[in-house]
Design a protein around this ligand. Structure first.
Ligand SMILES: NC(=O)c1ccc[n+]([C@@H]2O[C@H](COP(=O)([O-])OP(=O)(O)OC[C@H]3O[C@@H](n4cnc5c(N)ncnc54)[C@H](OP(=O)(O)O)[C@@H]3O)[C@@H](O)[C@H]2O)c1
Length: 272
């Protein structure tokens, strides 16, 4: 019987996850299909029931359900507990198991480049769900200090509490307070800034040849932050690399085999 997988969220029609996973199924000749399923906020319980009724084999979870989905899980892995959100669910005979592959998906492109994280100074823009996974990632890899800068100060402070709990030195700043003379090893954008071609609030002086600039916004690929990084010869990590990293790990969880990364990458880049 064909196994069905899905990504749930709202909005969902522009999701690239079906392209990525269906390409993997084609590459490996798996009798599986992957669909995008819109579940509006407030309708998660009913949405999950309908997924169970079609015997969904597994699904990815995106905005706005990553946190609320925890309520419906029968089991969750340590990353879900730490991050407080899930992006990957498997259906084991009606029992829903939750995982979070955002954190390792975020780290994958850094590790592939053999860039050391230990003892590094990090500037993180954002304090939403993705930023939470990123703080846990930097704490796990023993970065020395993280500066969280966010539009809403209160959200930055809440995330700073998590960083503190995980033993990482942390400070919060408004965008205006970012110090142009500080050398950060990593500059990460985990806000939605860039989705609509907005200008980055990061001072240009912070972006130089010794900086690793990682913009997790993947559409468009060349955000203003990435353009600035190119101009200043920084090391660049694109948002699509995190997207592929988390998808490859979800694939591994569901199918128990390594994901065909190159076929997934080709399908994803064709979608741009
Ligand atoms: N590459 C990947 O695999 C991947 C994975 C996950 C997410 N993402 C991308 O990362 C971004 C954040 O996702 P998320 O799940 O963390 O969303 P989220 O939980 O809704 O958080 C959104 C973040 O963006 C900030 N923000 C939103 N609009 C803003 C604006 N106009 N000006 C300044 N800041 C703004 C929010 O600040 P406030 O606290 O002030 O609201 C918050 O920090 C999205 O663009 C998403 O597409 C990429």
């Amino acid at each position: 019987m064909t196994k069905t997988f899905a990504v749930i969220g709202d909005p969902i029609d522009h999701s690239l996850s079906p392209n990525i996973h269906n390409a993997a199924f084609r590459e490996l000749g798996l009798d599986c299909t992957y669909i995008a399923y819109r579940i509006p906020k407030g309708e998660l319980a009913a949405g999950i029931e309908s997924l169970k009724s079609i015997k969904i084999a597994g699904f990815n979870v995106t905005i706005p359900h990553k946190v609320e989905m925890l309520k419906y899980l029968d089991w969750m892995d340590d990353n879900c507990i730490l991050i407080g959100a899930t992006n990957t669910v498997s259906n084991d005979n009606g029992k829903l198991k939750g995982y979070n592959t955002d954190m390792d998906g975020f780290l994958d492109p850094i590790k592939k480049r053999n860039i050391a994280i230990k003892n590094s100074n990090v500037l993180l823009l954002g304090a939403g769900g993705a930023a939470r996974a990123i703080v846990v990632a930097f704490a796990k890899e023993k970065a020395s200090k993280i500066t969280i800068s966010n539009r809403t100060k209160e959200n930055a402070i809440n995330l700073a509490h998590l960083a503190q709990k995980l033993g990482i030195v942390v400070e919060t700043k408004s965008f205006q307070e970012i110090d142009a003379s500080t050398q950060y090893k990593f500059i990460i954008n985990a806000t939605s800034i860039g989705l609509k071609n907005e200008t980055t609030p990061i001072p240009k002086e912070c972006i130089n040849k010794d900086t690793i600039v990682y913009d997790i916004v993947y559409m468009p690929m060349n955000t203003d932050l990435i353009v600035q990084a190119k101009k200043n010869n920084s090391t660049i990590i694109y948002g699509y690399e995190m997207l592929l990293g988390q998808a490859a790990r979800s694939f591994q969880i569901w199918h128990g085999i390594d994901a065909p990364y190159d076929a997934m990458k080709k399908a994803l880049l064709g979608g741009f």
